[in-house]
Design a protein around this ligand. Structure first.
Ligand code: MG
Length: 251
């Protein structure tokens, strides 16, 4: 069931989004050689709690942390760990959200740790650009497939693999709502976008094959070929006219 949000609900989602975005920004600023992924998680959790909000990943389906922190060949759902010390050259995908007043925000970005290779930088840039290519199509009257296809085409035209096993999603009173927002698809197909829909668009893009596998810990998803992966995500609201509004905006 797709829930359309009222203006008041969108205001509450904007607040959840702002806290989510600020927590992500702080977490990203903490990415540097010698820091553990658990330290980054703690920074995000403390910030979210200081705002009177709740880390909405913590405990969801049993996930043990505030943030999913996925390094290099890890695609999503990396578990923060005091023994995982970041080193220069790593690329670090951080995915987190906050809930407040009963509504959720969800966002992600990949950060460079120290000096990263030109190839890694390009993957990060293209993944971020593909998010915005998708968001340009997040317009009332379009369909989910328009977003999906824009992301897919942007990345595949540049030689990258688009993860298919995991998707974006609706966001609202629940972190994961309908409809799913795949990062691959056909223009003009799928659910029609309506004003008041709030969705998370989140390209997960691989340097090599789109295929992924899950580690034995039951969480961490890695690329099947061991190559790098990047992840960017915003929660947005579909408006009556024109471009969507980014709810996970720190400002
Ligand atoms: Mg999400």
């Amino acid at each position: 069931m797709i829930v359309l949000k009222t203006r008041r609900e969108l205001e509450l989602m904007r607040e959840a989004g702002r806290i989510s975005a600020r927590a992500l920004k702080l977490a990203g600023e903490a990415v540097e050689p010698g820091v553990s992924t658990l330290e980054i998680d703690t920074i995000a959790r403390k910030y979210i709690e200081s705002q009177g909000a709740t880390p909405n990943f913590l405990g969801l389906y049993g996930f043990p942390a505030t943030a999913c922190i996925s390094v290099n060949n890890e695609v999503i759902h990396g578990i923060p760990d005091s023994k995982h010390i970041l080193k220069s050259g790593d690329i670090v995908s951080i995915d987190l959200g906050a809930a407040i007043h009963g509504y959720n925000g969800d966002n992600a970005a990949t950060f460079a740790c120290g000096d990263v290779s030109a190839e890694a930088k390009r993957l990060m840039d293209v993944t971020k650009e593909s998010l915005y290519a998708g968001l340009k199509c997040a317009v009332a009257g379009n369909r989910v497939g328009d977003i999906s296809n824009a992301v897919q085409k942007y990345c595949e035209d540049r030689g990258y693999g688009v993860v298919r096993d995991y998707t974006g999603h609706g966001v609202g009173a629940k972190l994961h709502e309908d409809p799913p927002i795949p990062n691959y698809g056909t223009p003009g197909k799928g659910v029609r976008l309506l004003p008041g829909m709030t969705i998370a668009v989140e390209p997960m893009i691989n340097e090599g094959t789109w295929r992924v596998k899950q580690l034995d810990n039951g969480w961490t998803v890695v690329t099947a070929d061991g190559k790098l992966s990047a992840h960017f995500e915003n929660t947005v609201a579909i408006t009556k006219s024109g471009e969507c509004v980014i709810l996970t905006d720190p400002d």
